[in-house]
Design a protein around this ligand. Structure first.
Ligand SMILES: [Zn+2]
Length: 439
């Protein structure tokens, strides 16, 4: 199949009919070419004849990350979930432990991923004449490559600068200024780091550069980070949701009201985490992904581990693709502290109320005298004395948001940048749980 970029304007009936056809084809492809799925479905008593329309997806069993990990162990080195296609490329997920997960791509997969990124850039107003500097790491992780492919297809002139580890921040800024970069792609935290470096060198990011759009991925972009990037660089800032396994499932349009799901290439479902049943409209739950277009390493009802919900109503941009909310957290990022379930986003929501704290933070959980403790380490942007006053306010805010007491440690601006290795990281966790050492 080849994706038609205008399908986002098709009617809901047309989209459903297309998804039904694509799901039937996907299930047939998996049955014939992907032994991993055939075994699972045979065990559940399902055959391709059971899948007639998109809603029949509910008959298929779920697949988890652990299933894929086990499959790789059982059929080394790649696992037979990749399928028997002529794959041309491996990209991997950034596993936090052990070997990264290899994900195969056929030429058709690669072309379709590039088209999905093109759709996203088209919606975001990137076009011929734009000069796009890509400061993502070009590595086993996919985003640097897929962003580059999409930008080229959107007509932009790409500068593949690579991350700060390859092209220093000073050189990145020199390139951006001298060559007139209009679109900048990197992690959100690196974009803020670049603003600091520019200011230290006596430049004004908002005036001395032509950057009008910034594109971020690979780590959560909080709304306070978005505001800070936009105001310092005088640009419009976009977040990205996706992974190596899912490729390019959704995008923010110019109205930035959730992420439109590329429904001609994916089916997304939201499950109530308690019951495992389909969540009610508007209700948050566990995200389940099916990649309709993928030949190699397809996902069918894959539990990603993210918590989010569908957004009701139509979007002003005219796209008829359903929108998903920002990710509220990860099932495995949920911290159980004194029996209370917490997500990093709960801390962000509290921080958002104050202008005097930076956007970098780290949550440290520990156990002292068999009591769980929570500490939020955050940078202050104002002078120390005034900020101490806000610190007490923040502690109160956290107590009311979280339902438990939380210590706050203030650090000077830039301290966490160094500690979290902002220049080189691809992805990092906002939670440091020290209790695990005791278990
Ligand atoms: Zn929209």
């Amino acid at each position: 199949m080849e994706i038609d970029l205008d399908t986002e304007y098709a009617s809901r009936d047309e989209i459903y009919a297309l998804q039904s056809r694509e799901l039937r084809e996907l299930v047939m492809r998996c049955w014939e070419h992907v032994p991993f799925y055939r075994r699972i479905w045979e065990k559940a008593g399902i055959t391709p004849a059971d899948i007639k329309e998109a809603s029949d997806i509910k008959k298929l069993p779920f697949v988890t990350k652990q299933d894929i990990i086990d499959n790789i162990a059982e059929y080394p080195p790649f696992g037979d979930f990749q399928g028997g296609y002529n794959s041309v490329r491996i990209q991997t997920s950034t596993g936090s432990t052990g070997m990264p997960k290899p994900i195969f791509h056929t030429m058709s997969d690669w072309d379709n991923i590039a088209l999905l990124w093109k759709r996203r850039f088209r919606t975001q107003g990137i076009k011929e004449g734009d000069i796009a500097q890509v400061a993502f790491a070009y590595t086993l992780f996919i985003v640097g490559f897929s962003a580059t492919e999409g930008l080229m297809r959107a007509g932009a002139l790409v500068i593949p600068a690579g991350s700060g580890a390859v092209t220093s921040s000073e050189r990145q800024l020199e390139i951006a200024r001298n060559w007139g970069t209009t679109v900048f792609c990197c992690t959100g935290s690196y974009m803020l780091h670049l603003a600091n470096v520019a200011e230290q060198a006596g430049m004004d990011p908002g005036k001395d550069f032509k950057i009008r759009i910034s594109i971020h991925a690979a780590e959560p972009l909080t709304e306070s980070m978005r505001r800070e990037i936009q105001s310092r660089w005088h640009c419009k800032t976009y977040d990205t949701y996706g992974s190596v396994e899912t490729s390019a499932p959704m995008y923010e349009c110019q109205f930035q009201n959730g992420h439109h799901i590329n429904e001609d290439a994916y089916i997304y479902e939201i499950l109530n985490p308690e019951t495992g049943e389909e969540a009610m409209p508007g209700e948050d739950g566990e995200v389940v992904a099916t990649t309709l277009f993928k030949e190699a390493a397809p996902l069918v009802r894959y539990k990603i581990g993210d918590i989010a919900g569908f957004l009701p109503g139509n979007c002003q941009c005219g796209s008829n693709f359903v929108r998903m909310s920002k990710v509220k957290g990860r099932i495995d990022e949920m911290m159980k502290v004194k029996g209370v379930g917490l997500y990093p986003t709960d801390f962000e929501a509290a921080l958002k109320k104050f202008q005097v704290f930076g956007s970098e933070y780290l949550i440290v959980i520990n156990r002292e005298n068999s009591q769980d403790t929570v500490k939020l380490r955050v940078e202050y942007t104002g002078d120390n004395e005034a900020t101490d006053f806000y610190k007490q306010d923040l502690i109160r805010e956290l107590r009311s948001k979280l339902g438990l007491g939380c210590e706050v440690e203030l650090l000077p601006k830039g301290a966490l940048d160094k500690e979290l290795n902002v220049e080189e990281r691809i992805k990092y966790k906002r939670v440091l749980d020290l209790r695990k050492k005791e278990d």
